[in-house]
Design a protein around this ligand. Structure first.
Ligand code: ZN
Length: 437
């Protein structure tokens, strides 16, 4: 290791802790490498010689054999008050960095090359208990942060059941039936989606679940909440503010749902696939059939190409038109609201129009569609005026798996119970983070 690659070595600890492990119903001891969140953040800020207010983005995801909790440190360049508001929600914890913002290329700070590892464990399941161990070890709740992850993990950190439970939304109290089947008029007056879920609600719901004898069959009476929330926030703090919707999953979820559950049944798979084929886009088959982020962006941009006699000669253009319209409005939402910098636009009007065209495609409303339709506008209101969801994207937290392998390859030991495994992993993690300063 060179000096630069050892900068953060002393901050990382290794432990043997019991986790729910992959391919087993039992708990087993696993090596975990972790850092104290506050100490790590202080150290990175000092080494980067940064001044001003900071926002912390925490990401969690499993991949390439490791579950990882990683973080991005973002300068809050244009609205110091915003950061101090965030810090105010942690009792006794205010941002201690001097006022005076810094202007930087904000997109660069969100890159996987600037990502710092907070904790890593090989081959464990993504469960409530496992996340709790990692958040406790790192004392994550001692720092102010926002958390981004895909919906399964968002529900887990809330203490909720899965996205197929009676109450599937991490942000509100909509039921699965309301979400799927209500029509436009009814959904507009759906009171359960008007109340934003707060940490107070989550705590109350968990108390009710305990009072009901922790019987999972009765979990619907506690709004599908079965564990206390993992994040410590004031009772009136909303989930939507703490956990911005994951923009990449919203984009992918929307495009794939409209394509596979909307266009394919109407056009037939072969004819539907002519559209991406003519754009030289391939779909990947390893997790079922799916278009990934870049492919989704191109499809949105090229929605008009669906109007092709070869593609819609049998069903007719008018059946396909609502899909083209829906893709086009989604493209505008992505362009205006999903980037790092938000562009001025009338989100309410766009979402309203989007709602109508999505309904006329005839596809069912999924959780991701519900979040775009019901929570996109509200989620932006919790961000700075010129900040888009892209600043809080979960993307780097997923690219981290491939990026970490480059470092791990130099230390790699396959046997996770080998005596030297922990130290090798600690060194790989320290090098990864040190060279990402
Ligand atoms: Zn909701």
């Amino acid at each position: 290791m060179t000096e630069n690659s050892k900068t953060l070595l002393d901050i990382y600890h290794q432990d043997q802790v019991e986790f729910d492990v992959e391919n087993s119903g039992a708990k087993e001891k696993r090596t975990v490498i972790w850092a104290n969140a506050e100490e790590l953040i202080e150290s990175v800020i000092e080494k980067r010689k940064l001044e001003g207010f900071y926002l912390i983005k925490i990401m969690a995801d499993g991949g390439q054999g490791f579950f990882k909790v990683s973080m991005t440190i973002l300068p809050a360049n244009d609205d110091p008050a915003y950061d101090s508001n965030l810090a105010d929600h942690i009792p006794g914890k205010r941002s201690r960095y001097a006022e005076g913002g810094m202007v930087g290329k904000r997109a660069n700070w969100t890159s996987v090359k600037k990502l710092i590892m907070l904790a890593i464990v090989p081959k464990i399941k993504e469960t409530y208990e496992n996340l709790k161990v990692l958040f406790d070890l790192t004392q994550l709740n001692n720092v102010p942060f926002k958390f981004v992850a895909y919906f399964k993990l968002l529900l887990i950190v809330n203490g909720q059941q899965t996205a197929t439970s009676t109450y599937p939304c991490p942000y509100c109290f909509v039921t699965l039936d309301e979400l799927r089947y209500r029509d436009l008029e009814e959904r507009n007056v759906m009171p359960s989606a008007d109340i934003l879920k707060t940490y107070g609600h989550l705590k109350d719901d968990h108390s009710r679940f305990c009072a009901d004898g922790k019987n999972k069959k009765l979990a619907r009476y506690s709004n599908s909440t079965v564990n206390p929330p993992l994040f410590r926030e004031k009772d009136d703090f909303t989930m939507l503010e703490k956990c911005p919707p994951p923009e990449l999953h919203l984009l992918q979820g929307f495009v794939n749902h409209l394509f596979w559950s909307g266009l394919v049944p109407i056009l037939g798979k072969e004819r539907a696939l002519l559209w991406p084929k003519k754009l030289n886009i391939i779909h990947k088959g390893y997790h079922g059939e799916v278009f990934e982020g870049n492919a989704c962006r191109i499809l949105l941009k090229e929605a008009e190409r669906l109007n092709d006699t070869e593609i819609c000669q049998e069903c007719g253009y008018f059946r396909i038109f609502p899909f083209i319209a829906a893709f086009k409005i989604m493209d505008q939402l992505v362009e205006n609201c999903f980037r790092v910098e938000r562009r001025p636009c009338n989100v309410e009007k766009l979402v309203g129009d989007f709602h109508k065209v999505v309904e006329s495609t005839g596809v069912t409303i999924t959780l991701k569609l519900h979040v775009i339709l019901t929570h996109l506008k509200g989620s932006l209101e919790f961000l700075n005026a010129n900040t888009g969801l892209g600043l809080w994207s979960e993307q780097a937290g997923e690219s981290v798996h491939h990026e970490f392998l480059k470092y791990w390859d130099r230390y790699k030991i396959n046997a996770i119970d080998a005596p030297s495994y922990g130290e090798k992993l600690r060194r790989a993690v320290a090098e990864f983070s040190s060279l990402h300063i």
